[in-house]
Write a protein that binds this ligand. Structure first.
Ligand SMILES: Cc1cc2nc3c(=O)[nH]c(=O)nc-3n(C[C@H](O)[C@H](O)[C@H](O)COP(=O)(O)OP(=O)(O)OC[C@H]3O[C@@H](n4cnc5c(N)ncnc54)[C@H](O)[C@@H]3O)c2cc1C
Length: 529
């Protein structure tokens, strides 16, 4: 097993990176993925999210978080081709142009908005068509929702009543405002990166895709990545990379694999008996994620998901409609509407994001809730809190230790508290207030202490961890602005982990953009060699 380039992880970034590399017929590319093909009906049908097979999710628990009363959080991560794009909420958001200009200002030359926009446009196949900000022909299908709930519309209308503007395109000229999210779907089906980038390459002789293959570590010889140690079919073996290795195992998987390969904080590696190849304390540091406060509402409305006989019947009807027409309840991405609001006058870009969910999401949907309803969510877009990822063990099959450290910085709590108040005001404004929905666990929004206690009791991730292999201009940053790992030849990192700062929005499209750019960087480097 010998290839020019090996890509580790077939997720959002890894699929795009592998496709970009394999577009060069002279390169032989191997994509290695721990999970399976992920092409079953539960993955393809958006509304079956609650029935997603366990094998498609790494389903990590976090360490106890101090500012959340010592609670253990949950971090779902996709496992299988498509990675987290195969289990996510399908919201298509790139972030704010300020985010990328800020990356460039931090020293990440070549990552300003004008640099990344052409890549977003090239990848995007927006069903509304292309224009100066959008692509209409790319492989990543982006669609308007086919059958959104009227309750999500009421949320948008109520926000408009409070002078929050209507926005029909969050990736357009302005991010500010409320509306319906566009989704990565095609014909009412989930459009994961496996479908967008890998399926069109099926049968290509220069792309080998190995599923059910766990990467143990990267093989580094004389300061150069020369291959990958894998477990496959119960056997350990080495796959050789003549040109290099691209690591796209995600914000938790990539730092874990680097540490298992001897790249990380030296003292921490020594604790686990791992020989230090390069002492790089930034590996696993700087974890940033969107901390989300949510409120559940009971509402006896069969257009909302719910555990009831009527709910089951709606699912059956929805399934038939979905199969026949690709419309109806099962096209929902759950996070149907919402948007972006700036509440701090000095913020350079919106500082809060809202999501209306078409179901009562309790404990990440893992608690079964009786009756119908919805939940409202608000998160802090550019948190100050920083967490970490470390090893629990030198066993590559063991879960890493993850601590997002949510709300450890008081500024995040203050912003989230103000966001929770605004969300409550929207819910109390017509037409939302006229629906007759009942808040599940009412709290006094005038009592800051009570509200903060509630926030600490219920908040957790809205699934956007980044930053654990940060890109930057300095010797202590993990990768340089061409995503090459500092100090090791022939090794690149390309996924959400390289973001030096969390972007102001959902992280799938940015991760895909990062993957594709890395494909270009690697090709340029191999050509120059
Ligand atoms: C539940 C959920 C909902 C979300 N909703 C949205 C949304 O609506 N919109 C949005 O924009 N973003 C959303 N996100 C976030 C977005 O999907 C992620 O930011 C993005 O997919 C990250 O891409 P990635 O390439 O960094 O990692 P991933 O897509 O997670 O890919 C990493 C891949 O590496 C593989 N891997 C890891 N370790 C190994 C190993 N040792 N050996 C072999 N393979 C390995 C994994 O199995 C996985 O396939 C959501 C995420 C989740 C989990």
């Amino acid at each position: 097993m010998e290839f020019d380039v090996i890509v580790i992880g077939g997720g959002s970034a890894g699929s795009a990176a592998a496709a970009r590399l394999a577009a060069d017929p002279k390169l032989s590319v191997c994509l290695i993925e721990a999970g399976g093909r992920n092409d079953d009906v539960f993955v393809r049908t958006p509304g079956f999210l609650a029935f997603m097979p366990k094998r498609s999710n790494w389903a990590y628990d976090t360490e106890p978080m101090d500012a959340l009363n010592g609670r253990i959080g949950y971090q779902p991560r996709g496992r299988g081709l498509g990675g987290s794009s195969a289990i996510n909420g399908m919201v298509y958001i790139r972030g704010n142009r300020w985010d990328y200009d800020n990356w460039a200002a931090l020293g990440c030359t070549g990552w300003g908005w004008d640099d990344v926009l052409p890549v977003f446009r090239r990848q995007e196949g927006n069903e509304r068509g292309g224009d100066a900000l959008h692509g209409g022909e790319g492989p990543l299908n982006v669609a308007d929702q086919r059958s959104p709930s009227p309750v999500g519309q009421a949320f948008v209308d109520a926000a408009n009543q409070l002078q929050i503007p209507r926005n029909d395109d969050f990736n357009g000229p302005s991010q500010e405002g409320m509306g319906h999210y566009q989704v990565t779907q095609k014909d009412g089906q989930r459009w994961s990166t496996a479908r967008a980038f890998l399926d069109p390459l099926a049968g290509r002789s220069n792309l080998t895709v190995l599923t059910a293959t766990l990467v143990e570590k990267i093989v580094i010889e004389n300061g150069r990545a020369t291959g990958v140690a894998i477990q496959r079919g119960g056997r350990s073996q080495i796959v050789t990379a003549r040109g290099g290795v691209v690591l796209s195992a995600g914000a938790f998987g990539s730092p874990q694999i680097l540490m298992l390969s001897g790249i990380g904080a030296g003292a921490h590696l020594a604790q686990h008996g791992i020989p230090v190849v390069r002492d790089t304390p930034a590996v696993g540091a700087d974890l940033q994620d969107h901390c989300d406060y949510l409120v559940g509402y009971d509402l006896d409305d069969p257009t909302l998901f719910g555990a009831s006989l009527r709910g089951m019947w709606a699912m059956v009807k929805g399934w038939i409609e979905h199969r026949r027409h690709g419309t109806g309840l099962l096209t929902t991405n759950f996070a149907e509407s919402g948007g972006f609001v700036t509440i701090r006058p000095d913020a350079p870009a919106p500082d809060l994001q809202f999501h209306f969910m078409r179901a009562i999401i309790q404990n990440h949907g893992r608690d079964k809730v009786r009756g119908h309803g919805f939940s409202l969510h608000v998160c802090v877009l550019r948190p100050e809190s920083r967490g970490w990822v470390r090893l629990n063990s030198a066993d590559p099959a063991a879960a890493p230790a993850i601590n997002p450290n949510f709300l450890s910085d008081e500024r995040d709590m203050a912003l989230l508290r103000d966001g929770a108040k605004l969300m409550h005001r929207i819910a109390a404004t017509p037409p939302m207030s006229q629906l007759g929905a009942r808040e599940r666990n009412p709290v006094d929004y005038h009592d800051d202490a009570a509200l903060e206690a509630r926030i600490r009791a219920v908040s957790d991730t809205i699934y956007h961890p980044v930053g654990t292999c940060r890109m930057g201009p300095d010797a202590d940053d993990v990768v340089d602005p061409t995503l090459a790992l500092r100090g090791i030849e022939g090794l690149w990192v390309a996924d959400a982990s390289i973001m030096p700062r969390l972007i102001s929005g959902n992280t799938n499209a940015p991760s895909i953009m990062i993957g594709e750019r890395c494909g270009d960087f690697v090709r340029a480097s191999l050509q120059a060699a």
